[in-house]
Design a protein around this ligand. Structure first.
Ligand code: GUN
Ligand code: ZN
Length: 443
């Protein structure tokens, strides 16, 4: 049962703040031999291993040659796109028409949605991701299938029905009123039920009329703590199209701001082709950006200005997004490896502490869920992943030569992927154990 006390022992890391804003000593902890006590699905204690602190009758699960980290947070991903990841040859707008919309049309069948949701959860948990901000399709039952699967694993998830009422195939369009009503029914059913949260999800400005964006704004005003997720300034042709569609707005972000969509718990995917004023707007509003490096490279969208977004004078909340299926992997480790390369192309360097922060507490902060997830700390949900430093012969060989925790983390960022995830815990239960046979998943 979730209230049974548990204990985990092994090397562990966590953040208490942003290494973009504070020196590592002030925001990063590494215990070479840690004890994590869990009660009622939450972390009750986290500190150096001390046998006297293990409750009577509890035998710690001991992970050796491992590194325990907070579960990863994927700040931007499309579960319906798991079936079309790796679609050849196009940039954003043609890629949507040629591959994405056809894939999402298949979700008219609830059984298809259910199967995709089941596969998606297995894949993200095997990659060490325990929370995500997720786009479903326009079909309400795609949200139903998603949250039902999330509830089985008891994951904390943010998701919503895509709103789109133009520039898409007829069978994928709603309208402002219907999108509002369908979202409202899903909010009433799922928002705040267990660990599930609802995100109002207008796809992006080109696929939403002004009436639909206004309806999304009304939903946000009428309900407490809803999320808002959409795409922003991903591709130059898209940005030019938005300028044509909304000539009265001062920027792409202003289209959303005008409809009341820029606030706390708003998460904008990509945000590559933006101006300083847009970063300022997001900072002031507490809105977040999702950095999606594998997607931005795959679609040739551009290079996110991570260090400009995180400028300490007006830091914007930034999470790491896989953005599958434009993204090419559900693994946050692999995504961090690409984030490093994107930073390098911009003449900057993303060190491992900053990288692991983005994939954990940074993502939690992007979603304003930092009081619940993203950290190993008393009171936080016991969501964690256990990384295997010897997952492959190369990783074992390389990590054996590391001289610091920073170096181990950087090697994991560079060489790591889902093979480096030994186990994933959600709300105090081990839901994935790579060594468990015949099925590594709990459900
Ligand atoms: N912009 C609008 N829809 C999408 C999508 O599904 N993926 C990406 N990467 N960008 C988008
Ligand atoms: Zn996306």
């Amino acid at each position: 049962s979730p209230s049974r006390p548990r204990a985990i022992r092994g090397p562990a890391i966590s953040f208490s703040g942003s290494p973009f804003l504070a020196p590592a000593e002030a925001c990063f902890v590494h215990h070479p031999d840690a004890l994590i006590l869990i009660e009622g699905g939450r972390i009750a204690a986290f500190g150096p291993y001390d046998p006297a602190r293990v409750p009577a009758g509890v035998v710690p699960v001991h992970y050796e040659a491992a590194l325990i980290a907070p579960g990863f947070v994927d700040a931007h991903v499309h579960y319906p796109q798991v079936g079309m990841i790796g679609a050849y040859g196009e940039q954003l707008l043609a890629w949507l028409d040629r591959y994405t919309f056809p894939a999402e049309l298949a979700f008219a069948d609830p059984a298809h949605a259910q199967a995709a949701a089941a596969l998606f959860f297995r894949e993200i948990l095997a990659a060490g991701t325990t929370s995500a901000a997720v786009y479903c399709t326009v079909h309400p039952h795609s949200v139903e299938a998603f949250f039902a699967e999330s509830e089985r694993f008891n994951t904390r998830m943010v998701a919503g029905k895509v709103l789109m009422d133009r520039h898409a195939p007829e069978a994928l369009r709603d309208d402002a009123e219907r999108g509002y009503a369908e979202s409202l029914a899903l909010i009433r059913r799922w928002h705040g039920r267990g660990r599930q949260h609802y995100a109002v999800t207008p796809r992006f400005a080109p696929s939403c009329t002004e009436a639909q964006l206004d309806a999304a704004g009304a939903l946000l005003r009428e309900h407490h703590n809803l999320f808002l997720q959409t795409h922003l300034a991903e591709n130059p042709a898209e940005v030019a199209w938005v300028r044509d569609l909304f000539p009265a707005r001062s920027s792409y972000l202003d289209v959303y701001a005008h409809a009341g969509l820029v606030g706390r718990r708003s998460v904008f995917g990509h945000a590559i082709h933006v101006e300083e004023a847009d970063f300022c707007t997001c900072h002031a509003a507490g809105a977040a950006l999702a950095h999606c490096p594998t997607s931005n490279l795959f679609l040739g969208s551009g290079l996110f200005r991570l260090f400009d977004a995180l400028d300490p004078r007006r830091p914007v909340r930034v999470g790491l997004g896989t953005d599958v299926g434009a993204g090419t992997s559900l693994s946050p480790l692999r995504t961090l490896g690409e984030a490093y390369k994107v930073a390098a192309l911009r003449g900057t360097a993303l060190d491992a502490l900053k990288g692991f922060y983005l994939a954990t507490l940074g993502g939690a902060e992007a979603l304003h869920l930092e009081d619940r997830i993203g950290r190993l700390a008393p009171g936080h949900d016991a969501d964690l992943c256990v990384l295997d430093l010897a997952a492959t012969p190369l990783l074992a060989h390389r990590t054996a030569r590391c001289e610091s925790i920073e170096e181990v983390l950087f090697v994991l960022m560079t060489l790591g992927d889902e093979r480096a995830v030994r186990a994933t815990w959600v709300a105090g239960e081990c839901v994935y154990d790579a060594a468990r046979t015949p099925d590594p998943f709990r459900y």
